[in-house]
Design a protein around this ligand. Structure first.
Ligand code: CU
Length: 145
């Protein structure tokens, strides 16, 4: 009986090992845009894809353009969050009506055709610098993913 219990433990340990030796997070960013803002506040949208076998976490976003916070929307109400998971073999999606980046106090109102550079910081991966194009205020991204 005692042997059987030890055996079960060993199996669990093995399972844990094989999942942690899975590939590290491999992140890329796409579908980024900022609708041209009408005030010194702007929302930013993008998709972070993770090809790796390990979850990562977006922990903060910084920009020379001004302070940026990360918001999620649930039940029509948005609230600031300190981090959001980027699932293994999955995506963290920021889109209109959902998660978004919030530029609270832009130094200068960016206009359509310009770019706003932000740096995404993660728990595991190296920081990613992203140039987010400013689109028209009514821009709607093409669907597909
Ligand atoms: Cu917001």
């Amino acid at each position: 009986m005692r042997f059987a219990v030890a055996g079960a433990g060993a199996v669990l340990l093995l399972a844990g090992c094989s999942s942690s030796s899975d590939s590290a997070p491999a992140l890329s960013v796409g579908a980024a845009y900022i609708p041209q803002p009408v005030s010194d506040m702007a929302a930013g949208f993008l998709t972070i894809s993770n090809k790796g076998g390990t979850q990562d976490e977006l922990t903060s976003v910084t920009s020379a353009a001004g302070p940026v916070t990360v918001h999620e929307t649930s039940g029509g109400t948005m609230s600031e969050v300190t981090s959001l998971p980027v699932p293994a073999h999955g995506q963290l999606v920021f889109k209109s009506g959902g998660n978004h980046l919030m530029f609270e106090k832009l130094e200068r109102k960016p206009r359509q055709g310009e770019k706003v550079t932000v740096t995404l910081h993660f728990a595991e991966s190296k920081a990613l610098e992203v140039e987010i194009p400013v689109e028209s205020a009514t821009y709607v991204p093409k669907t597909g993913n």
